[in-house]
Ligand binder design. Structure first.
Ligand code: SF4
Length: 468
């Protein structure tokens, strides 16, 4: 069981490129960390769509034969981890519908719609038939019913009804539309490859696609790309909140450190978090080690601010995918840690500062502390760049229920003793937000503060807290 929140997905869009399929594939590969359950691609030749999607990693879903079947100069792609809807092919994005004069339309979504259950119930009363159990399908069904001149006009009507977190790519035969919700919970960037326009959830994908990062899609912006060029407009906001609410956990854990997120390089933000952590929780120790990969940048910052040397204490096995099967010994309670191995020569007899990004259930942290002890560590001082996670996320990150969140049940002192640590220090909310390079009021930190920037419908809270 993975002991982190999990991301909903990653998006790629390409408009008017002769190698749109290859570019989308490369982009999806770079966004694999944002969703490991399924992947899909819809490609348009300006008249018809070809679609390929399946459960699995990007490299498994898109065989050379599958890629060869996809033809056209325009494409959208998606990597998925389900936060709503189960893991079946019907739920894999992009979702495709056919609407009268507009022809086919494909939708790829990153985030969670906080009023999806309400909208779904209303659509069901009108006789709508659902093909999937994802919240994103309501966008497609509302689009089919919306009035307006052309896709952008109809989409604007739909976006006046949905609430919550959405970065969307919508592909039609004559246009590609990119939208971010008015709070900009999830990232979405615009790039250029020559005269082609591309979109990606993270800029690391633009790099892989050979694209230049032009700018981000702004919170509340709709960008429409057609053969006549790119047009930008604002979408209606129904949340009642005017300020952005970027997900701060993207900076702490999800985004790749080689991405630029909300205008700031992730690596530098994490370094600053590590520096703040050293100031807030100093300790007399021999060296700093990171829990790779997401702890690496913060460990550099901690080392710099504390003056303690940084060492490589864990080695990561990069070949562990979702296909790894725990051997039968796991059934006897001897879980095998295959992902990280301790470098005994580094940790033996040392007083260690261990820097990690977050503690969710505490199961992984407890196991790693045990491995470090077994390798001869003298003292273990765990330092965490994300404050204690106590509340669920309704905006596209899948944390376990409150019952399973260790910080929702135990004080920091109790967590320290439960994990077998000599000391434990979490970065404060203020310390974390001081590192992000933008006004703290422009970020969401609801999973640590309990202050939700956009209202969540009661049924969704109940479902997320009790039933997941
Ligand atoms: S609740 Fe937490 S994980 Fe969810 S959007 Fe806000 S900061 Fe991100």
């Amino acid at each position: 069981m993975k002991d982190h929140g999990r991301e909903h997905c990653g998006l790629i869009g390409v408009w008017n490129h002769p190698h749109a399929v290859d570019k989308t594939y490369l982009g999806l590969y770079a966004l694999q960390h944002r969703g490991e359950e399924a992947a899909g691609m819809v490609v348009s030749d300006g008249r018809e769509f070809t679609v390929w999607k399946d459960l699995g990693l990007v490299g498994d879903v898109f065989s050379p034969e599958a890629l060869a079947r996809l033809r056209g100069r325009h494409a959208i792609g998606h990597t998925r981890y389900s936060t709503t809807g189960s893991s079946v092919v019907a739920n894999v994005h992009p979702l495709v519908g056919r609407f009268g004069a507009d022809g086919e339309v494909a939708v790829a979504h990153n985030g969670n719609l906080t009023n999806a259950l309400q909208l779904r119930a209303a659509l069901a009363r009108q006789g709508a038939i659902f093909q999937s159990t994802t919240d994103s399908e309501v966008v497609l069904l509302l689009l089919a019913r919306a009035r307006g001149r052309g896709l952008a006009d109809r989409l604007r009507t739909v976006l006046g009804q949905v609430r919550g977190a959405f970065a969307l790519l919508v592909l039609a035969p004559d246009s590609l539309v990119a939208v971010r919700d008015p709070q900009g919970f999830r990232p979405l960037s615009i790039g250029r490859i020559g005269r082609s326009t591309v979109f990606a959830s993270e800029t690391c994908a633009l790099d892989q696609m050979g694209a230049r990062h032009v700018r981000d899609v702004e919170p509340g912006e709709m960008v429409v790309v057609t053969s006549r060029g790119m047009r930008s407009s604002r979408i209606p906001s129904i949340s009642g909140r005017e300020l952005p609410a970027h997900c701060v956990f993207e900076h702490v854990y999800f985004a790749r450190p080689d991405s630029v997120l909300y205008g700031e390089p992730v690596h530098l933000v994490r370094e600053r978090m590590g520096e703040a952590l050293a100031r807030e929780h100093p300790v007399d120790a021999d060296c700093v080690i990171a829990v790779p990969d997401s702890g690496n940048s913060a460990a550099v910052g901690y080392s710099r601010a504390s003056g303690l040397p940084i060492e490589i204490g864990f080695i990561r096995n990069h070949y562990v995918g979702r296909t790894f099967i725990q051997p039968r010994s796991a059934a006897r309670g001897q879980k095998v840690e295959i992902k990280l191995n301790v470098v005994r020569e580094v940790v033996r007899g040392k007083r260690l500062v261990v820097v990690d990004d977050s503690i969710v259930r505490g199961t992984t942290a407890r196991a790693r502390v045990r491995y470090l002890r077994e390798a001869g560590a003298k003292e273990i001082h765990l330092r965490i760049t994300f404050p204690p996670v106590k509340y669920p996320c309704f905006y596209g990150i899948d944390f376990p229920t409150s019952k399973e969140l260790i910080a929702a049940r135990l004080s920091v002192a109790r967590i320290r003793s439960s994990l077998g640590l000599d000391s434990l220090g979490y970065l404060s909310v203020d310390g974390m937000l001081s590192a992000v390079g933008r006004p703290p009021s422009h970020f969401c930190a609801a999973c640590v503060t309990g202050r939700y920037p956009v209202p969540v419908e009661a049924a969704m809270r109940k479902e997320a807290v009790e039933a997941r």
